[in-house]
Structure formats: C-alpha cells, structure tokens
Design a protein. Structure first.
Length: 206
C-alpha cells in the first residue's frame, strides 16, 4: 500500500491554550466534506495548493519544538480542513513521534465511521465542532448530515471515553439561536459528553 501523505497547508507554531494543552503546533491540512457558510478557511481550502508530505518529513519539521512540547505537556494538533480524512496518516505520524507528545485532532466527525475508529487508536484528544445537533440547521449550515455526525460521536465516546473529547458548541449567526445552543448542550450531555465549549461565531463578511 502506498505510504499516506498529508496535504499540508501550513504549520502554526507555539500556540497556547487554543488547540489543546500546553504548547501546540497546529498542522493544517487540505480537504473537508462540509461547506459551512461561515468557514474562515474556505478560501484557503479552495485556492492554496497543498504540499503532500510524508509522516517522516512532517515529523522532522515539527520536532524543532520538542523541548516546548515536553516541558509544557503539549504537542501537535491536526486541523484544517477535516483532520480525520487523514486518519491513516495521523496513525503513522503518532507511531513516529515521542510518546510524551500529545496528538490532537480537530474534526466535524462528518466522515466515514472507519476513519473515526482509526483515529480513536492514534489521537490523544479530539476537538469536535458539532455545528448543531438539529438536522435541519445542520444541513442548511453545512450541507451535511447530522445523523452521521451523531453516530460518529457515539462511536468516539464509546471508543475513547468522554475525557478525551471536547465538543465545541457554536451559536451560529443567522442559523441558530441561544435557545438552539442550550438544546444542543442538553442533547450532548445526554449522550455522555462532559467537556463542552460554548461560544459564538464572529462573522466577517467577504
Ligand atoms: S468543517 Fe471546518 S473547514 Fe470544513 S467547511 Fe466547515 S468550518 Fe470549514
């Protein structure tokens, strides 16, 4: 089988408190199955040609911050785009990097369940952007299927436990209300989610 490559868009080093514990390098990759109306990366995902890198090449580039990762309890976080599209690659990368590093993934969970299973065995923490738990709002805002996201969230919680899963619950201007956001929180708690991050999208019109 061909070695998986990651469509690297950018590396963002020395981040604190945004993409997981400690000092983190955000590894942004191309590709996403959704089409969110307020996506801040849409232009980037559409226009920038990604650089396909092997796990070895990526590891060489991020290990410059090894000391910061170890000292702070941090590591790397795969984002983008949809990180779990590259679950095979992340598994390979995890096998290369020191066990002291944390490896995170930002995901909408709008991917094939098999990719969630692979990621569950390789990723230390998941930052899930659920968008909305209501199927109509979800479809209007993302073009995707909320049922798939919910199925994958159940799968992930069963596989790794709630401690390793943070669900971001946005209030989406023009698509959801604070009442929707509160309902989403209750639904997620009912599913066993314990780490919730509620916030409101800040929209910059193009
Ligand atoms: S899931 Fe994220 S990257 Fe994909 S379209 Fe939505 S906001 Fe953009």
């Amino acid at each position: 089988m061909a070695e998986p490559r990651y469509p690297l868009l950018s590396l963002s080093r020395l981040r604190m408190g945004i993409d997981g514990p400690g000092v983190t390098t955000l590894i942004a990759g191309a590709g996403c199955p959704l089409q969110c109306r307020w996506c801040i990366n849409r232009k980037l995902l559409r226009e920038v040609t990604a650089e396909p890198v092997t796990a070895e090449v990526l590891y060489e580039r991020v290990r410059i911050d090894d000391l910061y990762f170890r000292a702070s309890g941090g590591g790397v976080c795969f984002g983008g785009g949809e990180a779990l599209l590259h679950a095979d690659f992340i598994r390979r990368f995890r096998a290369l990097c020191p066990s002291e590093w944390l490896v995170g993934a930002e995901t909408s969970l709008s991917v094939a369940p098999e990719l969630v299973r692979i990621a569950a065995g390789a990723v230390d923490f998941f930052l899930v952007d659920c968008k909305d738990m209501n199927a109509d709002i979800y479809r209007r805002y993302t073009g995707g299927d909320a049922a798939l996201m919910k199925e994958n969230l159940r799968l992930l919680l069963d596989a790794v436990g709630p401690e390793r899963v943070t669900v971001r619950v946005p209030l989406i201007p023009q698509y959801s209300t604070s009442a929707d956001q509160s309902r989403n929180v209750e639904t997620l708690k009912g599913m066993g989610v314990t780490k919730l991050d509620c916030f409101e999208y800040v929209i910059k019109e193009e």
